[in-house]
Design a protein around this ligand. Structure first.
Ligand code: CAA
Length: 261
């Protein structure tokens, strides 16, 4: 059998029921090269399969969550190479991760870094975080969802502004625009993200998975179809042990204890 290799571009840790992935190419401000993309997706899939894990946090350093795709790696590539290697295609696997993934963003989240943060389920940002899609300055455009997820998240006006001018916005602007869920002091960033992940990991795991899928349906389908999916998930949640536990605990005025499934 093939032995899984120890990742070199990320640090993978387990904190109780939370899987923590720290992007770790500090010299390149965590630029997303192919190795980092593959290692991050492998770690995400391993956590998604692991019944002991209830939620996942992705973070970088306080200087940079990630400053984009690796420009040095890309500079001399041509269309045929990208096309035949499905360049950036690794990241399509993000949409198959069924457990909640929180992005804890400090410093720069630019280009592919902003796109990675947006592929996560929600973003908690340090006060000094900066978001942007500066690809236009390099003569290119976003390639892992920047034009699509940013537009859905903040609307056309700001998405056009960021993608066309290449300017950055602050964490607070990003929060005001709906890109970021919470802004926290940078000393507290990881702690707050881990606490949110621990909270999620303590709930009824099937209900958590259904809630994520139902919210995502809002972006993928019509309102009527999304409402139908939500209703079925809601009804299905009554087939889980955790629903009985959660409601019995409420009625008996005690704290619920959810199992993993
Ligand atoms: N790729 C490769 N290396 C990068 C990088 C990137 N995206 N971003 C930064 N680095 C490297 C720098 O080259 C530098 O390396 P050296 O020390 O060997 O010179 C190191 O990281 C530190 O960066 P700076 O010295 O530039 O640090 P700074 O504090 O002066 O500036 C910054 C920080 C404003 C983020 C600046 O590094 C920058 O503009 N980076 C590029 C941002 C960018 O254009 N991102 C989009 C990439 S394209 C993309 O992402 C396509 C897509 O949609 C998938």
């Amino acid at each position: 059998s093939v032995k899984p290799q120890t990742p070199e571009t990320i640090i993978v840790e387990v904190r109780e029921k939370v899987g923590l992935i720290t992007l770790n190419r500090p010299k390149n401000l965590n630029a997303l090269n192919r190795q980092l993309s593959v290692e991050t997706m492998d770690a995400l899939r391993a956590f998604d399969r692991d019944p002991q894990i209830g939620a996942i946090v992705i973070t970088g350093s306080l200087r940079a969550f990630a400053a984009g795709a690796d420009i040095e790696e890309m500079a001399e590539k041509n269309f045929t190479e990208f096309y035949m290697d499905d360049f950036l295609g690794e990241w399509d696997g993000m949409s198959k991760i069924s457990k909640p993934v929180i992005a804890a963003v400090g410093g720069y989240a630019l280009g592919g870094g902003c796109e990675l943060a947006m592929m996560c389920d929600f973003i908690i940002a340090a006060e000094d975080a900066q978001f942007g899609q500066p690809e236009i300055k390099l003569g290119i455009l976003p390639g892992i969802g920047g034009t699509q997820r940013l537009t859905r998240s903040v609307g056309k006006a700001l998405a056009m502004d960021l993608c066309l001018t290449g300017r950055n916005i602050s964490a607070q602007e990003a929060k005001d625009a709906g890109l970021v869920a919470r802004v926290v002091p940078k000393e507290e960033l990881l702690q707050v993200a881990l606490e949110a992940a621990h909270t999620i990991a303590g709930y009824n795991a099937p209900a958590v998975k259904m809630a994520k899928a139902a919210v995502n349906a809002a972006l993928e389908t019509t309102l009527g179809e999304g409402l139908r999916q939500e209703r079925l998930y809601f009804q299905a949640s009554f087939a889980t042990e955790g629903q009985k536990e959660g409601m019995n605990a409420f009625v008996k005025k005690r704290a619920p204890v959810f199992r993993n499934r």
